[in-house]
Each structure stands twice: as C-alpha cells, then as structure tokens.
Design a protein around this ligand. Sequence first.
Ligand code: NDP
Length: 373
Amino acid sequence: MNTRRDFLQKLAASAIAFPSITSFAAATVPVVGCNTPYDGPVLRVAIMGLGSYGTRVAEAMQSCKKAKLVGAISGTPAKLKNWQAKYNIPEKNCYNYENFDAVRNNPDIDAVYVITPNALHHDQVIRVAKAGKHAICEKPMAVNAKEGQEMVDACKQAGVKLLVGYRMHFEPHTLEVIRMRKAGQFGTIRFFQGLTGFTIGDPTQWRLNKQLSGGGSLMDIGIYSINGSRYMVGEDPVWVTAQETKTDKVKFKEGVDETIQFQLGFPSGAVASCLSTYNMNNLDKFFLDGTGGWAEMWPSTGYGPIKGRTHLGELNQPIVTHQTLQMDEMSGILLAGEQPVVPVDGAEAVKDLKVIDGIYASVASGKRVDLQL
Ligand code: NDP
C-alpha cells in the first residue's frame, strides 16, 4: 500500500534530486531530543486508532519529556496486545470503540489522541469530551465546519480542551518564517503559493471512501496548503475560487477529489494560489512573496527535514521530530496553559474546515465564494 509515510519518505529522497534545492546544506543538526531533565507535569495520553500515523506518534512520544503514552484504544485486539508489550501499557488503560467511554473512570489518562479516519473524528472526540478528557484530534478535525463547530462546542460544554495535530505549528523553520514575516522582513505580503500532493496507491483504502474520508486529496493533503496559507500570509482569507480536474473517475469516485486548484483572497489584498492532488508526486512546497522579500519552503510540510530559504539566505533551524515536539508543546498547552505562536485549538481547525466547505462549494457552483472565518 502506498501509505502517506511511504510517500513522505519518497518525497524526502526525491527532493534531493531537484537542482533548485541541491544547494541546500544537508541537515547536520541532530534531531532534537528531550534529554534535559524535566520534573514538571506530564501529559498522560491514550492514542485512539493504532494505524500508520498513530504508530508514528507512539514512536515519537518515546522521546517526549512532557508527554507519555499510557493508553490505547483500538478495534483490533492483536494491536492492543502488541502495543501493551511494546510501550508497557497496562491492560486497564486499553479500550475498544465500544467501551472507551469508560475512560472517564480512569484517573491515569489525561487526554485521548484521536488518529482514526476523518469522518469518525466528530463522534469520537465528542465521546472523549463527554468522558471528561482533553481531546487531541488529527487533521482534518472533521469533514465540514458544522461538525467541527459541534466538536468545539461539546469540548467547551464538557470543560475540556480540544487541540488538533497541526504539527507544523511547532516546526522551527516554519516558525522562523512566521517570525520574519511578523518582523516585517518580507515587507507587505502579496502572494502565497502552496503545492501539496502525492500519488495515492491502493484504491480500496479509506482515504478514497467518501463515507470515511469526507472527500479526497483536499481533506488529506490540500489542508496543509489551506492552513499554511493562513499562517504564512498571517491573515484569514475572505474569498475562494476553486476548480477540480479528475483523470480517473473509477479510482476517484463522486465526492472524492483527485486534483483541486484553489485561489484565496485576503483582506489586505494578498492572494494565494494552491494545488491539492492525489495524482502527482514531489509536491510539498510553499512560496511566500512580499514587497521586501520572499521565503521558500521545500519540503514544507512533510515529516522532515523541512528546508527553507529566504531572500536573506538559507534557513538553518534545528531538525526536529515533529510529533515529539508537538506532544511536548501540547502538554504545555493542556497542563500549563501555554499559548502556541500559531493556535492549534479546535477554533483554528474550524477555520480550515470553512475554507474546505468554500472550496467544495466553489467547485460545485463555478463561482467565487465569500468566506467568513
Ligand atoms: P490508517 O488507515 O493507517 O490508520 C487508521 C486507524 O484507524 C486504523 O488502523 C484503525 O486502527 C482505526 N480505524 C477505526 N475505524 C476504522 C475504519 N472504519 N477504517 C479504517 N481504520 C479504522 O490511517 P492514518 O493513520 O494514516 O490516518 C489516520 C488519521 O491521521 C487521519 O485523519 C489522517 O488525516 C491523519 N494523519 C495525519 C498526519 C499528520 O502528519 N498530521 C499524517 C497521516 C495521517 P485500529 O485497528 O487500532 O482500530
């Protein structure tokens, strides 16, 4: 199966072959570990959905200092057994999809990280909230803004926090470009380009089943260009236009987009031009242009190493394991009330879902759609 993990590994390898980035220095900074002593609060996390990405997060959490994997929720008993042995998870912290509401009676779990197919996030996060636990949810948080808002409301009502796995919001190269933009080093921002896509494999996977995915490439990978346009430009878009192309109507059925191009307009007059696809490789690139300079990130959202350069030269931020950093930072947000530079809460995710709704509406109508984020 051509998993996203495979894709990103291939992407990292293939990026080296591109002449325009061969001048980038090889990553020499070691992966940031968590070796410094820490005796503050530790976020005790149960992962729900022990699939490809859940496994990646579990592995990365082994290097966390502020977060610890303590529980697992799965529909596959064999995986639970495996995780219990591998990560030293006690039986009492293991659940399935029928009984996980009982996590409410488990004082040893602070948060549940939902890493299941997109369309399941809504009900699962609401059940987590009702069980009185903080919820961390993978992107896209839901399949539309209405469901996303219901999740935000449910968490608020239950008095728990809702965070979304926007790992790039903690990534050092990304944060450096944001810092430079805020410091005015690019002048007035005029343009953003986001190219995100990969060639998807196995036609039977849930990502190509609208009931489980909520859509196609836009939900899965195009969301990085949507979210990225917002944190790179530093504004929320006020309109969108979008066009869909489909070369394979068997693999990409009704409601499952293969390729969508979309354009966003921002209050300042800045514009974005983006491509989301399940039918092209080597697309993981951001470009930001202002009156005083520019930034390019390529790869921009893969697992890394992220690379970037600006009109002032190459970016040399530390290379990190995104999920390790994310979970440590999320611990600080959930347990110590820390504020991230770029929000990672449910309200932030609803904004992206409103853009997704707008893109699909524009594809359907052929018209520009106004947005109110
Ligand atoms: P996988 O298919 O690899 O894993 C999903 C897991 O969800 C399954 O292994 C299964 O675990 C569980 N599951 C529960 N119900 C179903 C069902 N009906 N069909 C299939 N699986 C089910 O997907 P990924 O791990 O790649 O993606 C999961 C989520 O993570 C998605 O929302 C995706 O967008 C997001 N993601 C985020 C990434 C990021 O970089 N932030 C990267 C990759 C994915 P079990 O057997 O334990 O029940």
